[in-house]
Design a protein around this ligand. Structure first.
Ligand SMILES: Nc1ncnc2c1ncn2[C@@H]1O[C@H](COP(=O)(O)OP(=O)(O)O)[C@@H](O)[C@H]1O
Ligand SMILES: [Mg+2]
Length: 172
């Protein structure tokens, strides 16, 4: 099985994907690590941010085995997957997590926009989606829930949304 764990930075992809891989006995891959070990996929730097080339898809095709758990927000570069896990985070909690990571105000706003506008849910081309809010429970509990849903084929695309005035105000 190929599992792609995605979501806005700070939603808990790396924390949860490692645990999901362990629970499903699958190897874990992190796209950031793959980019670091294949610097040729970095096209250029723009305002200190790495611009990734479409070559990343070819690299991932070569590197990934038949079964895996991968974690990235760059979903368009993952050549193939069976299940998409979309991690969500309550915007105020997400803001706090990104501040702790010393993200700039601009980068925080960009990422809050992504989260509040349901970017990954809108972009998902599959119905086999497990969508989970990571803002309240522990990552252990979230992982248990995710693994149970994957095993039981309980898909819930669109289950989490922040379409409320108080959140939309945050990105004005
Ligand atoms: N379920 C959770 N509850 C509380 N904090 C969490 C949870 N999952 C992740 N975090 C915290 O949120 C931050 C971002 O997690 P991380 O896994 O690095 O996210 P991502 O890989 O999506 O950027 C980390 O500080 C992590 O400890
Ligand atoms: Mg990560």
């Amino acid at each position: 099985m190929k599992v792609l764990v995605t979501g806005t930075p700070g939603t808990g992809k790396t924390t949860n994907a490692r645990k999901i891989a362990y629970a499903l006995k699958l190897p874990y891959y992190n796209v950031t690590t793959i980019i670091n070990t294949h610097p040729s996929v970095i096209e250029k730097m723009e305002k200190g941010v790495r611009v990734i080339s479409p070559k990343l898809k070819t690299v991932l095709k070569r590197v990934l085995p038949d079964d895996f758990v991968i974690d990235t927000h760059l979903i368009e570069y993952v050549p193939d997957y069976d299940v998409l896990v979309i991690l969500r985070c309550e915007p105020k909690e997400l803001k706090k997590r990104l501040k702790e990571r010393s993200y700039s105000e601009e980068k925080i706003k960009e990422n809050l926009e992504v989260e509040i506008l349901d970017y990954f849910t809108q972009k998902a081309e599959t119905k086999k989606v497990v969508e989970i809010d990571t803002s309240k429970d522990s990552s252990e509990d979230n992982t248990k829930k995710i693994v149970k849903m994957i095993k039981g084929k309980k898909w819930n695309k669109g289950a989490v949304t922040w379409h409320q005035k108080k959140y939309v105000e945050m990105i004005k």
